[in-house]
Design a protein around this ligand. Sequence first.
Ligand SMILES: *Cc1c(COP(=O)(O)O)cnc(C)c1O
Length: 402
Amino acid sequence: MSQQPASRDVKPAEGRGASRAKVSRSHFATRCVHAGQSPEPVTGAITTPLFQTSTYVQQGLGRHTGYEYARLQNPTREATEANIADLEAGNHGIAFASGMAAIECLVKAVAAGGHIVSEENTYGGTTRMFTQVLDRLGIGVTLVDCRNVAAVREAMRPETGLIHLETPSNPLMRITDIGAVARVARDHDAVLCVDNTFASPYNQQPLAMGADVVVHSTTKYLNGHSDVLGGILVLDDDALADEIRFVRKSTGPIPGPMDSWLTLRGTRTLHVRMERHNENGMRIAEFLEAHPMVRTVHYPGLASHPQHQLAATQMTGFSGMLSAEVEESDAKRLAEGTRIFRLAESLGGVESMICVPSVMTHASVPEDARLRMGITGGLVRLSAGIEDWRDLVEDLDRGLRR
Ligand SMILES: *Cc1c(COP(=O)(O)O)cnc(C)c1O
């Protein structure tokens, strides 16, 4: 391991064409802790300061530090962006007030007036934006089961600007072959975006497999402590990064300094947390698979997952997200009966969470589409936290047998 962890200056961002983070060669854990950060120059503070300011005083007309106004530049935000860009091995990190704001900004940058091909089984809010909001801007969308790459190719039109994937998908843990879809995108001159929220960069690196852009809801694993909403786009292409930054500065969906600071506090322990999320996810999946009251378990780490082989080639670990099919009445009893697993939307925090997607996260997806995909009233989604797995398994068993 390199003795010199990534340390880079927080270079002033010029709004259109801001700082470019170089990917360091240290190992992942070292990059989590150090990437994007260097001691604060005035005091030597080891922690990136919280620049809670809206504007910056200028020395004279046309003479300033590179920092002018906080919608354009903020050093705390830039440190967080550089850190996460490094973890995804991308040149540019561009942060947003939420995951949805990140996806919307990408759409405005690449698909205005055009067409999007999207995985049908995404985060409910993504499908809702694609089908109920973007049509107002004249943007069409075709939803596809992207496990079938031929179907993705068939859905492409001359005006398709964006392919949006989510793998593993929410909540069915479907896996899409990122490299194969990247070839479709290249053939059609479209941008491929992969929502890497469920896997986290610890387990999956979509840019290395041919994706053009990675999006995260940093609300989830990256921040990891259930106390911030945020999003980020990570990409290599300079011109596209310029375009996205231009749209962001012109429309304003930036994260605040405090949220950026908390997110950076979170990413510094990502590797340690993910190791435990991965272990707990696997333990719970194995427990549920053997449980007499459980019909099916959706977890890409299980050999019984129909795409386990593909998952194993794309992912180095399988995260703490899984779903399980039980009787509908059991689903309600389980979701309301656990003590450690909290009944809540959201995921990826240190605390375990349980939800019933059909009436919670995916309530906005039309019922026929939900049922066709398998998001039934008996489907329960679990986010395994970082508690002791023995307590989590006992909690689920108690909830099921209640
Ligand atoms: C939560 C989530 C989003 C939306 O992010 P917000 O931060 O809630 O706006 C997008 N994609 C996935 C996979 C998510 O889990």
